[in-house]
Ligand binder design. Structure first.
Ligand SMILES: [Fe+2]
Length: 409
């Protein structure tokens, strides 16, 4: 048995290492591994390159888990036509290993050394019960074995590859691994460890981003609900606006990304109501001119409340302009036509429709048919005609009724 410590330099490499194709293969490994975006693809590639580099019949890969065990991830064997990638519940031979140095893979991981065994049946230093059972079951003969840790240059071992049965290039019969392969697989293990490490960091960053987005959504809902609670609502209005807005934006041909952004932004359209006195918001009668003036300020307040960050740019536009009218008769800026931000024109439709079809302190809920008459009549005066055309389609298809029923308690 030979042992080669990890992280060796290239001084003692034999002439084979300088073989042009081999050098090129090793040099290409870094870029090849780094280009992988999925961990299972990367692990499979590491196994394929290990076999290719050493002209071996089989290779397994284990990753060190948080539980301190070596988890089986990939096993390939050319002769037996085995191609296992992923969890190993269905194969007792490939279950995870404890970090017990009586197993050669664990030994290589613990000591960060490459172990080269000419014939495992003649090696008494490790427990080869597993490979022997594998051989018996599959009619195979495991002979030579090269076990290399996947270790960063700092010595952090993330896993192990176990390559079996180097093949003679002419006779294709198993032979011991040439010692120069120890250095080659060390380099491969180093590239592999860095690629695995980086991929995990990328995955952690992706998950952090997902969590951050969820936290953002939760905060946005809380803010919208706080404003709605003042309006004596269950919060259903906010949800219906979100889904009506998503449906209309989708029908108007916006991209999935834009639909997500506009529907999320729409739920903040009335956050400015948090600044309007309860006596006005909850008044069960027609507002006086003065009260209506106070109510109208919710658009400007909404824009001021929302952060001046790019993520909230659309929400700020909607908050300020969702009461503008296509003919210029709305508030607060009397914008007309396409001067009104697109997202605000969409929410103008969804907000008015939901107000008409919902019960309020001063009115009962209107039937859909009656509300649709008002919407059609408002095309070109209150609303952008293109949007009313799309809205009528959604109504005819029953989409609006489904959303209303789903989000009404
Ligand atoms: Fe409003």
């Amino acid at each position: 048995m030979n042992e080669t410590p990890g992280g060796v330099d290239g001084k003692n490499l034999s002439r084979e290492f300088h073989d042009r194709e081999t050098v090129k293969l090793v040099l290409d490994l870094g870029a090849s591994f780094a280009s992988e975006r999925r961990l299972d693809n990367l692990l499979e590639k590491i196994v394929d390159h290990s076999r290719l580099l050493t002209n071996a019949d089989g290779c397994s890969l284990y990753l060190k888990g948080a539980d301190g065990r070596l988890a089986f991830c990939v096993n390939k064997n050319h002769t037996l036509n085995i191609n296992l990638v992923g969890a190993s519940e269905n194969n007792a031979l490939f279950t995870s290993l404890p970090l017990d140095p009586t197993y050669v893979s664990a030994y290589a991981a613990i000591h960060n050394v490459t172990v080269n065994i000419p014939d495992v049946y003649d090696c008494a230093e490790f427990d080869f019960t597993g490979p022997r059972r594998f051989d018996e079951k599959n009619g195979y003969r495991t002979r030579s074995m090269l076990v290399t840790p996947l270790a960063t240059r700092e010595g952090e071992v993330v896993g192990v590859i176990q390559i079996i049965n180097a093949l003679d290039r002419h006779t294709h019969t198993p032979i011991p691994f040439d010692p120069h392969f120890e250095f080659l697989t060390n380099s491969l293990g180093n590239y592999a460890a860095i690629a695995i490490h980086n991929l995990r960091l990328t995955e952690e960053a992706r998950q952090s981003t997902v969590l951050l987005k969820e936290a953002n959504r939760d905060a946005i809902y809380s803010l919208a609900m706080a404003a709605e609670a003042k309006d004596d609502d269950t919060g259903d209005h906010v949800r219906r606006i979100q889904h009506y807005t998503a449906a209309l934006a989708t029908r108007l041909g916006l991209s999935r990304e834009d639909v997500d952004l506009i529907s999320l932004s729409s739920i903040m359209h009335d956050v400015g109501k948090i600044s309007v006195p309860d006596g006005i918001l909850k008044k069960p009668a027609k507002l006086t001119d003065e009260e209506f003036g106070a109510m109208r300020t919710h658009t400007e307040h909404g824009m001021k409340i929302l952060p001046k960050k790019e993520f909230f740019r659309m929400a700020r536009e909607i908050a300020r302009h969702h009461h503008e009218r296509w003919d210029g008769g709305g508030y607060p800026d009397k914008l007309a036509g396409e001067d009104i931000p697109y997202a605000a024109r969409i929410v103008a439709v969804t907000d008015v429709f939901d107000a008409l079809t919902s019960e309020r302190p001063y009115k009962k809920a209107w039937p859909f048919e009656k509300a649709m008459e008002v919407m059609r009549e408002g095309s070109g005066s209150h609303f952008d005609p293109k949007m009313i055309d799309a809205w009528v389609q959604l109504y005819d298809e029953g989409v609006l009724l489904r959303i209303h029923q789903q989000w009404s308690t």
